[in-house]
Ligand binder design. Structure first.
Ligand SMILES: NC(=O)c1ccc[n+]([C@@H]2O[C@H](COP(=O)([O-])OP(=O)(O)OC[C@H]3O[C@@H](n4cnc5c(N)ncnc54)[C@H](OP(=O)(O)O)[C@@H]3O)[C@@H](O)[C@H]2O)c1
Length: 288
């Protein structure tokens, strides 16, 4: 690995804005990539309280930052602040990556959906033309639904709160809805099952899926975007039935790539090293 350049007048700056932000693994990931690629850059956590987002963004831009990632609770505020939205941000209704362009404008991107698809495809699974049962209708679901639809996937959404699923379906053409309790009926004909709910996430009590994987086709690929723990109960059940699985950590890595390329002008190394680094860090945090 190359020697990390010292911080100097040429250091490229980026970071992640959130509240709280201390739990974010983005600094670990981006600084690993910076070190690996020998870029003179640094990526820092930026705790910004609700109400301070706009001031912080304009201040960071004025201070010469290349851009920032945006996480909870600022993704909708980020959508409103930009001068230019890319198609993925427009379709997903939120922004997780801001780029401060040289002409002074702010560009907004949503990379969760394409990060999800890139990760599934990195596992050798072709999503195009398939049929997906998407569980959940929150921010991540909308981004993933948009990216799947763009690849010609038939998307069926089931959400505990049907009204929220209806809002999602109204904003994206081509989505089919199924009642949460009836979701299992869609399984036999699906090639992809994607959990975007927080069921199974550490620290989230309760919640159960309204189906059994016994109803699934043997070709079903089961994806969970929850990554703490990596092996969720859903993925364990799927693996026990011999189904292929994709966990959420790779999505976290792939959604970060676009920002890194745009801010630092280098290609991040998506290989197993960064995954091992994050995996070890998550395990350490869980062990407490
Ligand atoms: N791997 C990654 O890179 C990545 C990226 C983004 C998000 N995530 C993870 O994805 C999950 C969702 O994130 P989000 O931003 O989309 O959150 P969100 O907007 O708050 O949406 C949460 C979703 O979970 C559903 N839900 C929550 N508790 C439930 C329960 N007990 N039973 C059934 N449904 C339940 C909600 O249903 P209702 O509408 O009925 O409340 C809603 O559809 C989180 O665990 C997050 O950490 C991972």
């Amino acid at each position: 690995m190359e020697q990390r350049p010292r911080i100097d007048g040429h250091t490229l700056l980026a970071g992640v804005i959130g509240w709280p932000v201390a739990h974010s693994r983005s600094p670990l990931m981006h600084n690993f990539w910076l070190e690996k690629s020998g870029v003179n850059g640094v990526y820092v956590p930026l705790p910004v309280a609700p109400g301070q987002f706009e001031t912080a963004v304009h201040g960071l831009r004025a201070a010469g930052f290349r851009g920032v990632n945006v996480t909870i609770p600022h993704k909708e505020a980020a959508y409103r602040i930009v001068d230019r939205l890319d198609r993925s941000a427009e379709r997903s209704g939120s922004v997780n990556t801001l780029v401060f362009a040289e002409n002074g404008t702010i560009e907004g991107y949503s990379t969760d959906g394409d990060g999800f698809v890139a990760n599934v495809e990195a596992h050798g699974i072709e999503v195009a033309g398939g049929r997906a049962l998407l569980l959940g209708a929150g921010g991540a679901a909308r981004a993933i639904a948009a990216s799947l639809l763009d690849r010609g996937v038939k998307v069926i959404v089931a959400n505990r709160t049907r009204a929220r699923a209806q809002v999602l379906a109204a904003s994206l053409d081509g989505i089919e809805l199924i009642d949460w309790e009836q979701a299992g009926q869609a399984l036999p004909s699906c090639t992809l099952l994607v959990n975007t709910t927080s069921i199974g996430m550490e620290g989230v009590a309760g919640g159960a899926f309204p189906f059994s994987l016994e109803q699934a086709s043997p070709d079903l690929v089961v994806c969970d975007i929850v990554y703490v723990p990596r092996q969720t109960a859903l993925l364990e059940q799927a693996a026990a039935r011999g189904l292929r699985t994709v966990d959420g950590l790779g999505m976290l890595i792939h959604q970060a790539g676009e920002g890194f390329r745009k801010w630092f002008g280098a290609v991040p190394d998506m290989g197993p090293e960064v995954e091992a680094l994050l995996d070890a860090d998550l395990r350490r945090a869980r062990a407490g």
